[in-house]
Write a protein that binds this ligand. Sequence first.
Ligand code: SIN
Length: 525
Amino acid sequence: MEIYTDVIILGSGVAALQSARILSQKLRVQIITKSNLRSSSTYYAQGGIAGVQSPNDSLQLHIQDTLDAGGQHNHKEHVDTLVTEGIKSLEQIIEEGFPVDRLTNGQISLGLEGAHSRHRIIHAGGDATGKHVIEHLLQQLTTNVTINEYEMAYQLLKNKAGRCIGVHTIQPNGEKNTYFAPHIIIATGGAGALYTHTSNRPNNFGDGIALAYLAGAAVTDMEFVQFHPSLLLANGQILGLVSEAVRGAGGRFVDRNRYPLMEGVHPLGDLAPRHVTAYEMYKARQSGKEVFIDISAITKFEERFPTIAALCHKAEIDLRKNLIPITPGSHFMMGGVVTDGYGRTSIEGLFAIGEAACTGVHGANRLASNSLLEGITFGKQMAQYILQEEISHIDFHSISPSTFYEELPLLQKHDLQQLMSTNVGIIRNEQKLQRAVQHFSFLQDIAKLNLDHLSMGQLELLFMHIVALLITKGALARLESRGAHIRTDYPQTDQALEKQWFIQKQGQLIKGSVWHESTKTRIHA
Ligand code: SIN
């Protein structure tokens, strides 16, 4: 089937729905999502939304914390937008009735998370903020929105002038559709499921990043993958997250003998930035220790953290013992499709937003609870930009890049996850990265591959390989340790590499300080 519309949004998390609700006030919007509306990473987000609310806090402090956590690698202008426009977007959804948690005196209850210098995390339903965000935004969608669930985009279409004009999709039964629109938005989320242990949904493979890259868009910062220190581990399985808010409320990292593992490691102790805590938990587990969050200092744990308590009950973890077993795992992709402050990518007509995009706000390591904030802020910025854009005639004839088809030597999903976890995980070095990259050499000419022969499962696997290659190449190129990128052979941070981006495009990796090539915006150091 061929469908013509005004806007196509790929994905259904916070950034997708925030932009959909604004765009759909005037334009027809088709949302295409690989599973269903209530299974995005946002829906399962336990953490909250960072926003300055208390008199002893300031926008400047929030900006500073974001830059410090990001290893000073952030796009400063976009961080300013995140914090200053973000607070307006947050206040707007609260005014609309978003059910924030409040104290008995009616004031908004403010939590603390890693690397924040002030209490500024707003929650809804305790540890169920993501679910409430999605339900709130869904209520605001107009009848101009059509939702297509269980449908996956597998190829972006471009016209002769190089503008993105549409997308090919596939459903699990193999049925295919083609959508055309002047605006195509990638909001497909992150790529945590490239690793064996992840807080992400099991099918978060970075599809949107692979799609954009195949179409020739620039991607960057792919070496910066955030690992969360505390995923809930039971019987060798990851059951979800144990939110950093638990440590904000007094939880502590301990071993089986309740020895505190972050003592003397970092001035912020259990609330040190995630790359520090994740690395410490990784080392402890590598040395054969089991690691836990000790919750004995937290009163009314089950009332305050109902989602985590329910996960623990399901796994038959006895909360009366006050020890929750954890392990680190992949959590957030700081890199992605290069965009400016309005979601514009290096391809006309193609936009990216949320975790799939790289605005540079997170730098080398995202500050906790800045991602839901990013979704509502840049989702709005982008939608408002698109609404005022004047579009002249668009040629909707697509040109086909496909020239060949061949069987690809793809690894099985589990083997790829193992390869990434072992060699491109929390710690990296030249030898490990070379070991990984050699598995991906067949991807060099991939942009010309005819994808029409592949099933949805094969396409997902191919996209996993492409994103894995982008991460590995970025990690090989960055000869320093910065934020979430830890190289044991280059343990120091190299000043000369601050705000140096490794832009990957059409098989090339170029180092530079130019951010967005269509607008040639320069980074302000
Ligand atoms: C958490 O709740 O620990 C995760 C929050 C986040 O990643 O922003």
